[in-house]
Design a binder for this molecule. Structure first.
Ligand code: ATP
Length: 356
């Protein structure tokens, strides 16, 4: 399990480019051995933040504290950290083995010991031993990514920073490597800090996720917390499909929406929130036989259905709005397109959040 010791502490970390705050007063504690992912849309400041942590960009203000020591002014090559890039910075004219051994060579490790360590790392990264003498131009993109990771691990850094390492790979390979990376994290017990614009990628791998928007961390939590209890419409919409309706909290505590007629039973709502957004995940919406089968019910029309492998997604039109429902394939809803349906959800399976 993840230790609770703080390895990296950021205090008011800020980077300004020509008056624009790319990273805006970030406070964050990263724990020893955790896989922490920073996720956010393009331009939200992820790369700038990671480059400051790795020593490739100087902060405008704030502190970066590694195990209690302020490292703002320490250059990248003097820090006990290592960056793994999306654009693979491998030596193209060298073999797999020589690439992985490079950090050991510059430290003066003897050839036999270097080779032994390279082969160990290749085993960890599931690269066949026969690749040791092969040029990195003669292996696939996914294999090159593994070589890059093996080389980063050969540095034996305290923290590995990953800058969207999987984004250039095709979908299937990316899905495989997401899981492999999590396995490697488990086996090495190193601290990994990972950035991606894909919250889905972050969900698969991370111990904790920080969601970035406009240079700020707007929510930090476990994948489960980010998914089930997003603190804003922005975070809730950042992963997968979700049903989001503008709502007003009435004096009697029920919800009304300009988009849907009727009143809805509300979940517990943060004090003082009067106007917000009702969020219901597709798996919590159900087709009802009777209105009383759920706390809230809405009549609609089955518009379409989509096979998503083990699940089926249904779109139900209610006035101008489309609700998204998902069911496991073996529990598929037997309906016809354009059929009138009744859908609903329980108040406890929904949340009301502010816009930001
Ligand atoms: P992406 O997912 O597209 O890589 P990002 O979240 O990593 O985006 P950054 O690359 O950190 O975002 O950029 C954050 C903001 O800072 C953007 O508005 C960007 O234009 C600006 N920015 C980044 N680097 C510089 C620079 N060297 N000079 C000026 N502005 C910059």
């Amino acid at each position: 399990m993840v230790g609770r010791d703080v390895i990296l502490y950021l205090k008011g970390l800020t980077k300004t480019f020509a008056g624009h705050k790319a990273v805006d007063a970030i406070d964050l504690e990263i724990h020893e051995g955790e896989l922490f992912t920073i996720v956010g849309p393009s331009g939200s400041g992820k790369t700038t933040l990671l480059r400051m942590l790795a020593g490739m960009e100087e902060p405008t203000s704030g502190d970066i504290i590694l195990r209690g020591e302020r490292i703002n002014a320490i250059p990248a090559n003097k820090r006990p950290t290592c960056m793994v890039f999306q654009s693979l910075a491998l030596f193209p004219h060298k073999e797999v083995g020589a690439n992985i051994e490079f950090p050991l060579k510059i430290r003066g490790v003897a050839p036999a010991a270097r080779k032994q360590r390279a082969l160990e790392l290749m085993g960890l990264l599931r690269l066949p031993e026969s690749y040791y003498g092969r040029s990195v131009t003669q292996i696939s993109g996914g294999e090159r990514q593994r070589v890059a990771l093996a080389r980063a691990l050969a540095f034996d850094p305290e923290i590995l920073f990953f800058d969207e390492p999987l984004s250039a790979l095709d979908y299937k390979l990316r899905k495989t490597l997401e899981k492999e990376l999590k396995d490697i994290h488990r086996e090495t017990r190193k601290t990994f800090v990972y950035i991606t614009h894909s919250l889905e990628e972050a969900m698969v791998m991370s111990d904790r996720i920080g969601v970035m928007r406009d240079g700020k961390l707007v929510q930090i939590g476990s994948p489960q917390e980010i998914y089930s209890t997003p603190n804003s419409k922005f975070v809730s919409e950042f992963i997968g499909d979700v049903n989001v309706m503008p709502v007003t909290v009435a004096d009697n505590g029920t919800l009304t929406s300009p988009q849907i007629p009727g009143e809805f039973a509300a979940p517990s709502i943060a004090d003082g929130l009067r106007d917000g957004f009702l969020v219901v995940r597709p798996e919590y919406l159900r087709f009802l036989s009777e209105p009383g089968d759920a706390d809230n019910h809405v009549p609609g029309r089955l518009y379409n259905e989509y096979a998503l492998g083990s699940r089926i997604q249904y779109h139900v039109r209610v006035g101008e709005m489309t609700f998204v429902l998902e069911k496991l394939r073996h529990e598929a809803f037997q309906g016809k397109l354009d059929q009138e349906v009744l859908i609903g959800w329980n108040a406890a399976d929904s949340i009301v959040v502010p816009d930001q």
